[in-house]
Design a protein around this ligand. Structure first.
Ligand SMILES: [Zn+2]
Length: 171
């Protein structure tokens, strides 16, 4: 692999180990020419994904973009990086398994929202505010209200007896 700093081709692998729950191999590399050290990842790619943007443009799917959007939403939240990497892998696997040649950006946004919803609610709201392009505080309050009712529904699904105590039959 080419050195990203000086362009030298024969970089050396110093260490190689499984990462992201063994979905990836992480390699520490060093460049004998300039002495730089960097990391590369090897991941399974089931198929080449293309993304169709809302303006109709089509481009090659970029894992980094997806990762970065989640990373920004999760900034200073108590979620470790490995979990983010694994979640990104899982979203990509879902997209690959659709078998479509082009994935609309909307769908990637929706999958990301779903993942963040179950991971961290603050990050979920942050991501939504960017992705759904909130214009003012009214958009925020509407969204939070919807979120609250969704959370209430989820709580009922998890533990109906807590939210809706069953009436005791009269003796
Ligand atoms: Zn180098």
């Amino acid at each position: 692999m080419r050195c990203p700093f000086c362009g030298y081709l024969e970089t050396q692998v110093k260490d190689s180990r499984p990462a992201e729950d063994s979905a990836a191999i992480r390699r520490r590399r060093s460049c004998p020419s300039c002495g730089a050290r960097f990391t590369s990842y090897e991941r399974v790619q089931l198929r080449e994904l293309m993304v169709r943007k809302s303006n109709g443009e089509v481009e090659v799917f970029a894992r980094d973009k997806l990762y970065k959007s989640m990373f920004v939403a999760l900034k200073k939240r108590p979620i470790d990086d490995d979990k983010v990497e694994r979640t990104v892998n899982s979203i990509i696997r879902q997209l690959e398994l659709l078998g479509e040649n082009e994935i609309p950006t909307d769908l990637i946004g929706k999958k990301t929202m779903d993942a963040l919803y179950s991971m961290d609610r603050v990050a979920y709201v942050r991501y939504a505010s960017v992705y759904q392009d909130f214009r003012d505080t009214g958009d925020f309050t509407d969204f939070i209200r919807e979120l609250q009712s969704r959370l209430k529904e989820d709580m009922k699904a998890i533990s109906p007896e807590i939210v809706l105590p069953a009436k005791k039959p009269k003796e």
